[in-house]
Design a protein around this ligand. Structure first.
Ligand code: ADP
Ligand code: MG
Length: 330
């Protein structure tokens, strides 16, 4: 396998403590006690709940081992922020668990990784407060636990959708899946697709604005159908989606114009990190206003039904039942 980082510097590989001191201490805030204690300590402002999430990224499963370390780090934090945003939380802090095979514990890779992490935490206004670093024989594994705050009792759950609610999704869908497909096929591909796959930007700014609007929400990590189905199962409802309303980038539209058999990638491909949410139909104006304020597309793509299951009104106006297939790990 090609290891993009295998050009070893002449400086000897760092030890665990050198890694922490040189690469992670600069990313830490006071709550992390300088990464010199056994644990971190922080307190949410009064009237706030703490929302906690963890997402693990494993080489050759969630990213390619020779991806740029900057991108791997950026994505590792983004996928966690995406979960916080989907729950209405403002990101605050994170813990970093890092399993590193020996050949990655070298300055070139770590510098890139720390740079990407620094970019990401600046983007999301978060700080590192601790973690654990271990050397392994297995693949690189990055396990981040992220903490965010939300006003007491306003977390947006998966379970709050009601029949008749509208279904919305942020941004556009499918670009990351097109990016992954291009990489797997060894094709050159549009930069937008690759960027969306390698360096997704979580909707941190949207999340907290949803607490007063959304009845339920989830981030689109495993694919629209799968993640919407999570909302439906948790809320004991179904959903009807309108295929013609699914928001697409111009590049994705071009691809689909050439080959309509790519539609399942749009509906079921993972890694979009957009937010799918439901809202009462009386909130239409509020959602439109929010979309304008954030400069972010929020598109009505369907409606909550008694269910069970998901149905799709396809581009020829035919109603079809769809399986909630998304990315499944097992
Ligand atoms: P322990 O012996 O309790 O496991 P460690 O020696 O692993 O503690 O860690 C020492 C300090 O360094 C702790 O504050 C821990 O949170 C921090 N730390 C270790 N690894 C990381 C990491 N990957 N990212 C951030 N902080 C880390
Ligand atoms: Mg300890």
């Amino acid at each position: 396998m090609c290891m993009a980082h295998s050009t070893k510097s002449s400086v000897p590989d760092p030890t665990e403590f050198e890694i922490i001191e040189r690469y992670f201490m600069p990313l830490a805030s006071a709550e992390g006690l300088g990464l010199k204690d056994d644990a971190a300590c922080f307190r949410p402002p009064s009237g706030q709940d703490v929302i906690v999430t963890k997402d693990m990224l494993v080489a050759e499963r969630h990213f390619f081992a020779d991806d740029k370390p900057e991108d791997i780090a950026f994505k590792a934090l983004s996928v966690n922020v995406s979960d916080l945003a989907a729950k209405g939380a403002v990101p605050q802090h994170y813990l970093l668990g890092l399993s590193l095979p020996k050949q990655y514990a070298e300055h070139g890779w770590l510098e890139g990784f720390a740079r990407g992490l620094g970019d990401a935490q600046k983007t999301y206004n978060m700080t590192l407060v601790g973690g654990d670093t271990v050397s392994v024989d297995g693949p690189v594994c990055i396990s981040i636990t992220a903490f965010g705050y939300v006003s007491e009792d306003t977390m947006v759950k998966r379970s709050g959708a009601s029949v008749g609610d509208d279904i919305y999704v942020s941004g556009t869908l499918g670009d990351a899946a097109f990016g992954l497909r291009a990489i797997q096929a060894g094709q050159g591909q549009r930069a937008r697709f690759l960027r969306q796959y390698h360096r997704p930007l979580a909707r941190a700014g949207l999340g907290n604005r949803l607490t007063s609007i959304a009845t339920a929400a989830a981030d689109v990590s495993d694919g629209l159908l799968a993640d919407l189905n999570h909302i439906c199962s948790a809320s004991s409802v179904g959903a009807r989606l309108y295929q013609a309303k699914i928001p697409l980038s111009d590049d994705a539209k071009n691809e689909l114009a050439k080959d309509t058999s790519l539609w399942p990638l749009i509906l079921s491909g993972g890694d979009d990190y957009e937010i799918v949410f439901t809202a009462r139909s009386k909130c239409t104006d509020a959602v439109a206003k929010l979309s304008q304020e954030l400069g972010l597309q929020l598109t009505k793509i369907g409606v909550v039904t008694p269910g069970p299951g998901l149905e799709l009104v396809d581009c020829t106006d035919k109603l079809v039942q769809v399986a909630a297939t998304g990315f499944k790990h097992f």
